[in-house]
Ligand binder design. Structure first.
Ligand code: RNT
Ligand code: ZN
Length: 415
């Protein structure tokens, strides 16, 4: 179908495709640096396994081994995906001068100066995450540890990260979302559930007591239902994070859609939170059974999440991707996930929301169901192609060969 015909078909429903495209081009979505190197970072020994509730599976060749390679790979992924991208860094991606090293409690803004240059040259903002895993000071708890020395170390890490987030926001002139997630929890039934949660609360309070500009830096609390090795109890449960974030002006609830029971849907949680809080943050991922971090697809739940974001106010939600697949071409994983989420957002922006809402409010559920079904086979692909063209990025069918060529020319030579 031609673009003109597609434009008419959408217009007949009251939907302006040019408006949808123009809007999506302004919506920042954070690309997670950690897909490029299997969440290893640069501040610990890369031969050591990941610990603290994070695991990747697969050993696909070509992972980035240093800042230079990771930056090149991010550029490749960015070249293959349309839309307004910002970067999402973890503290473990600090870049040190030769011979220099700083532990996590001593990290400084200058350790991220090269990332600032990288983002600035590309007009990207940058989000940030303290790294509470894959470190000898996980005992294995961090912010909830009963060992005061451990807990203090991690609070100091969090405070250092607030300063770094402030620096990123200030230097780049775009807000910095600073997300706190830890793998704190227990494998087996604990005797004391409230103790760790009280210490967790104290630690968060201490981290957020570090001064920052509340219009530039947005701290978040991310929950998780369980993890490998913490099957029975997580300190930062959904309720803990929800209560903590809602209780403070300066903390946002972050929902990762891989962190709930398999039949729970994040698409249904978004409006509940936004009924109370001004803002919300998302980690868009794909849970498969018990695992949370597969590449994002253009699937039903991703579309439903995007629709809710658009309906509730796309400018109230901080959007980020979060997955890591080490079993396939990592650039393709990045590009596919970013493209799929862009597709979901575009699909959502092309819904005749007013009409659908009116059908619901008038109680016409027959029409509502039929229209929602028929929207699935509208000429969406034609609009998607046009969006890619407007962004100067390859269409479906064109980008994967480019990723494969980069694999052949660059990744396969990494050994
Ligand atoms: C882990 C959380 C967390 C991490 C990143 C690397 O289950 O989802 O967000 O994936 O911080
Ligand atoms: Zn996450």
């Amino acid at each position: 179908m031609s673009l003109e015909e597609a434009r008419k078909k959408y217009a007949a429903l009251g939907v302006d495709i040019d408006k949808a495209i123009a809007k999506l081009k302004t919506v920042p979505v954070a690309l997670h640096c950690w897909q490029g190197d299997d969440v290893r970072g640069f501040d610990t020994d890369p031969s050591k396994p990941l610990t603290g509730g994070i695991q990747t599976t697969g050993s696909y060749p070509g992972r980035a081994r240093n800042p230079q390679e990771l930056m090149e790979d991010i550029d490749q992924a960015a070249a293959l995906a349309p839309g307004r991208m910002k970067l999402n860094l973890h503290a473990s991606y600090a870049i040190f001068e030769p011979g220099e090293w700083a532990d996590r409690d001593r990290l400084e803004p200058r350790h991220f100066a090269r990332w600032v240059d990288f983002c600035r040259e590309r007009g990207m903002g940058c989000d940030f995450n303290p790294t509470f895993f894959s470190h000898p000071k996980c005992d294995p708890l961090t912010l909830s540890s009963p060992n005061e020395e451990t807990r203090r170390f991690w609070v100091d890490h969090g405070r250092a990260c607030v300063r770094i987030s402030q620096y990123l926001a200030q230097e780049l002139g775009q807000p910095c979302v600073m997300n706190i997630w830890t793998g704190d929890g227990y494998k087996d039934i604990p005797a004391d559930r409230i103790g760790p949660r009280m210490r967790y609360k104290q630690s968060f309070d201490e981290i957020l007591s570090e001064p920052f500009d509340k219009t530039q830096v947005y701290p978040c609390a991310e929950s998780k239902v369980f993890g490998i090795g913490v099957e029975s109890y997580t300190v930062g449960s959904a309720e803990w994070c929800l209560k903590y974030a809602s209780g403070r002006e300066d903390c946002i609830c972050l929902l990762d859609n891989g962190h709930y029971h398999p039949t729970e849907l994040v698409s249904d949680k978004i409006s509940s939170i936004l009924a109370y809080d001004q803002r919300l943050a998302l980690h868009v991922t794909r849970g498969v059974r018990w695992d949370s971090d597969h590449v994002v697809l253009f699937d039903d739940e991703t579309r439903e999440i995007a629709k809710e974001v658009v309906r509730c106010g796309i400018d109230r939600v901080f959007l980020a991707l979060d997955y890591f697949d080490a079993s396939i071409n990592r650039i393709a994983a990045w590009a596919a996930g970013f493209r799929n989420f862009q597709k979901a957002l575009l699909f959502a922006l092309l819904q005749p929301m007013d009409q659908l809402k009116e059908l619901q409010d008038r109680g016409n559920f027959t029409r509502l169901m039929v229209l929602q079904e028929e929207l699935k086979t509208m000429p969406f692909g034609t609009v998607w192609d046009e969006y890619c063209r407007c962004c100067g990025k390859p269409l479906d069918g064109m980008w994967l060969p480019l990723a494969e060529r980069y694999e052949q020319d660059v990744l396969s030579k990494r050994g």
